[in-house]
Structure formats: C-alpha cells, structure tokens
Design a protein around this ligand. Sequence first.
Ligand SMILES: [Zn+2]
Length: 294
Amino acid sequence: MNANLVIGVDLGGTKIAAGLIDRNGNVGERIEQRTVTTSQRALLDHLAAVVLSLPQEGIAAVGFGIPSRIDHEHGIALGAVNIPIHDVRFADEMEKRLGLPVAMENDASSAAFAESRLGAGRGVRDLVVLTLGTGVGGGVIAGGTLFRAHTELGHMVIVEDGEPCQGACSGRGHVEAYCSGRAADKLARELLGPTANAHDLVEQRHPVLASVGHHLGVAIGSLVNIFGPTRVVIGGGYGVAAFDQLLPEARLAVLTEALAPSGQDLSIVPAELGKDAGLIGAGLIAFEDLFREA
Ligand SMILES: [Zn+2]
C-alpha cells in the first residue's frame, strides 16, 4: 500500500494534539482540544471525533501516543495515571471508530522515537530520552530500535524510602517525586510562597535546582549502567527550561554513578522538537508498524 500520510495523536492528561504527518515527520494541519476525562468511552469517542475533524483524504493510518503502559503482545492499554484508560483494546476500539489501521505507543516512547529520528538524538544508536513535564516519562532506543516493553523510567527508585510519588503511584523515592515539574512546583511553594511555581525557580536561577540536578544525574547514571546510551536527551517543558541549571550537578552525579568510561563519554543535551515531539513520534510509529518498507 502506498502510504505517505498518517495522523499522529498525542493524548495528554489535559489536552489532545493531533496532526497530519508525512513520512519525513513534517507536520501539516493540526488541532488541539481539551481531553475529555468523564469516562473511558467518552474519551475514546472524543479521540475519534478529533481525528475525524482533520482532513481525511490520503490518510493511510492513525498513530496514537497515549500516557499508558501498553501490552503490545495483546494490544491492550493497561492503565494511565491521569485519564480514564484501563485494560482496553485501545487500537481495536479506535480502528472500529475510525475505519483506519491504528498503531499505539506510550506517549513518552513516541516523543523519544521522534527525537531519535528527527531531533536531538539523530544518528545515535543507543539513546535515552527523559521528559520532565508534569510527571517524568522516558523512552529508550537500543541498537537503533525503540525499546517497546512497558517501561516507566520516571518511576525508577533513586532514593530508597524517599519522597512519596505522585498520582496513582504508591512508590517512594522515584525520579518523578524529585525531577518533575509538579515536584518543582511543590519546592517553589515551600521556598518562595504559596503562589510560586516551577517557572519562578527557573526564572530566579534558584540554588535548589542544583539538588534537583543531582537527583536527575543519579537517575541518568543508573540508566547509563542499564541501557548504555551514549547520549541522553532531556525534554519536556520544565526539563528544557531548567536544562542549563540542572546540567552541572547532573553531570557530576553521572560521573560518580555510571561506570567509567560511559559517564565521561555520555553527552546530555536538551530536546529539539518541542511540544510536537509526541504527535510526530506517534505518526512515525504508525508508518513503522503498519507500512514498514521491506
Ligand atoms: Zn512513582
């Protein structure tokens, strides 16, 4: 089948972004709407309506990046923290509603895939992308291929019995409890007053960001020891904004925690694709999964 155009969808806790994506990852017409979270059925119906509101001519498939762990073997979206998705045959449900082939991937993995193909991870065989937004997500490219198990890099333990994690997560000391935008909002309220947020910490170049950088570096050190990336890309609104202030302490921690010479050789860079990374990645994954050229 001659497929040159798909629709990529980035499903977030607060908004849905969808756009036309060509094989090179160029974004055409796009749309953004608030996420409907009243029920799973309402959410799936709304997602279909968003996709169908874009031009359908020449569209070969739809790729979804969703904030859920995904069981690819059985085609099931297992569960999400902030939206009503639970044990659902997500791709089947969307194919029924759209009449088009559907691919799905975790939203952070989708963004990581886009950065690896078109952004700050271009040409890197072994890559880790960490997205510091409301939560912390991540994706791994191993040997040039997206690692597609249901990983949750943001829920890696970096402090045993540490700070309680967020949302539906019952764990403690996870990366997300220290390095997410929401964790920074909490620090800002404690340090600067009840109306302050992460943005104020970054704007003031607040020294507490050094300790956040340390925690981030500890996480990166372990990821280097597990996956052996030669580059780590830091994305997400908060991650990119705070990048310069997190980096010095993060680097020091990586040198301590990662076995030599991986730490010394590692490059740590900010993401390049901005807020469209998720929908571009979801579109590229649809091409890869459904129309891979032999
Ligand atoms: Zn957690």
